[in-house]
Design a protein around this ligand. Sequence first.
Ligand SMILES: Nc1ncnc2c1ncn2[C@@H]1O[C@H](COP(=O)(O)OP(=O)(O)OP(=O)(O)O)[C@@H](O)[C@H]1O
Length: 765
Amino acid sequence: MEKESSPPCPNTVAIRRNPHRKARATPSSACPQVPTTSSSSAVVSSFPIQEILSMDVPILDPKHHKPKPFDCASENLRVFLRIRPLVPSKFFGKSGGFGEQIARSRGKNVWPQKPVKKNSARESSANTKRKTNEVCISVNDSHSVTLSPPLLLQGVKRIKSEVYGGFSYVFASDSSQEEVYQKMVNPLVEDFLKGKSGMLAAMGPSGSGKTHTVFGSPREPGMLTLALQQIFKSVERIASDSLRSFCISIFEIRSESGKGEKLYDLSPNGAELIMQQSTIKGLQEVNVSNAGQAESFLTQAMLKRVTATTNSNSQSSRSQCIINIRRVADNAILDIIDLAGAERERRTGNQGVRLLESNFINNTSMVFGLCLRSLLEHQKNPKRPLQKHFQNSLLTRYLRDYLEGKKRMALILTVKSGEEDYFDTTYVLRQASPFMKIKFDNLEEPCNKRHSQSLCRAEKPKKMKFSGPDDSAIEKGNTTEDGDCFSGQGCLKALKSNGGEQAQEERKHQILQNFNKALWNVLKQHRDKLKEAENEIQSLRENLKVEKARWRELEKELGDFKSRCTCSQESSVEVTSVGTDRNFDPQDDLNGLESSAVDTVQSNMDLYSSNFEASECKCTSEKFDSTPKQDQKTNVELRSSTVRASECNNFSKESSRQDQDVISPSQEEFAPIGHTAADALDGEPRTEKPEELKDQTPRIDSLPKPKEPKRRLMPASNALLNFAFLDINDDIEKPKGIRGGKKVGADERKRTPGTITLLRLIHGN
Ligand SMILES: Nc1ncnc2c1ncn2[C@@H]1O[C@H](COP(=O)(O)OP(=O)(O)OP(=O)(O)O)[C@@H](O)[C@H]1O
């Protein structure tokens, strides 16, 4: 039986003490999970505000709400890894050695057609510092590598080997440029020729082979050369001139002496550029119609690029270099970027200006990484806003569309394999390997020929980067060779209309998002108010309970009070409780305290007549031990206190005043009413008063004399609380206003001729 009832156990249980952030369940944006309560489903609970507020609001994405124009699947960011060959020191300095061949064949600042002399001495000395030929990275398969720390670190710091996988492809140190091109750049170029924009960025530590990969050498042409060759080869057979027409531009972002970033056009006549938002102003494009023209232009441009010698690289790039190839017909763009390599100060030994450059380079790399990380986190959890890190550097501002996942890009990580490069390599792999989970939605762009006429649409923002937000601002002078770049007037018109639609869509999307946010905030505010109100209700309920308990106590006390207070035949003292008469309910009091206060005052004041027959008035010896002060709600009505008039002759005005003070409801301490009244009549305390009462009863002569009795119209609440218990009526002296229209019975008038009222006592006249 037990086996049947127990839940099935999984074979293995993985327990993570500190679950990784990734381990958190991704909130479902489709349908929020409302906890099901099977047992309590019959009970109708209160409005489920908590559940509603804990729901995930799906962020409206216009892409998902408008009909998909193209049947495009989103693709992941492709991250490639290339390992630079470990050049043994013995080859350096030797004629014909491999390292020397590379050094001689490639000049950093020069397009491969014009190699420059290498500072082989420096390179040689730098590389001869290598003590071992051990490598820190080994290729497991075409998608993963193992990074092993140097033996020294393994022993001392107990650092273990790590496996990094998931790369689109891993290029081993012996891989050729052609191989890299075919696997990595060829798909991008093919897409570009179909009208899709794309970007390839090379990133990695200084000296790891980024520039070599992008620009290559005459013997080993890089990705850019190979791409241009493929592009022009593929359009050779196309008859249309516009389809064979491409524009190229090249610029760099650098920081001179660490004084902020600057943009420079590297084209022969280029100058400093300005960036407004994500748009570069004044960049010159060169219209090229064959690969030769393009290479010639780029060779000249590379001569202008800034390089310097560092410990890591004899010809280290000190700037971010961006090459932009644009197809005139459809405005598709292919960006190829050679980033400056991240540098560790200890490794490069940079000082002064070089160090400031290092800071700029590292900062740009960091911002670039932050943008991609933010994009990744945003894609994982759409509730997280996409941080605007791109604003922090010119490079990322320019690449905004890519870094926000709107256009596809590929990354090639270049690493060095020497054991002394372990930390640099680890840093790059740790930083960049998560980026391969980034997705790009290609919905902005056409995916097949059927929609090739709409190619311009996605390129509007990119085009603006060169020519400003307004198409009318396109300067023909920006095209150096001829005006063919912008000869497609129909294309421009299409751009305008399509761009307008896109802008409208984006605006709608923004409005909806803002509306969602506002609605959400309002709901939250309501929830808070609801909570406050609930708390208030709770406290009121508690108060009510307390009041009820108190009321019962007081009722009980009143009962005691009644039972102990008796009068002789002549003097009858009726003690009633107003609360008892009207069946006092604290709940009612809470509800209608104000209105009942007025009624009570009136009724009490109507009963405020007392007839004293002094001769026959005899108070019992029972003491009044109740403390009126304790009960502000107990209104004691002395309906008829008859005192014989003959025995009241000596009742002077003065004593009345004193008595008023004694029995005044405003007094803090109250003497027993009947007792005090009798004392007042006699002028001194009665002998039959019990002993214990003597101490408690305030003596008239000991009380402070009132300076001048004041007539005050007391607030209704005070009257309710304080006067009500003195319900001794006086037909003669009762003020009209206080009587409130309540008639005193004729028989009562008869029984109380010539009475002295307590009202007179109280008011002193
Ligand atoms: N795959 C490779 N095969 C042969 N030589 C290479 C390879 N990668 C790089 N090198 C050589 O290594 C040296 C440094 O390469 P490169 O200048 O491309 O590094 P980098 O990453 O651009 O450095 P920096 O960021 O400092 O500019 C160069 O002499 C280059 O020829």
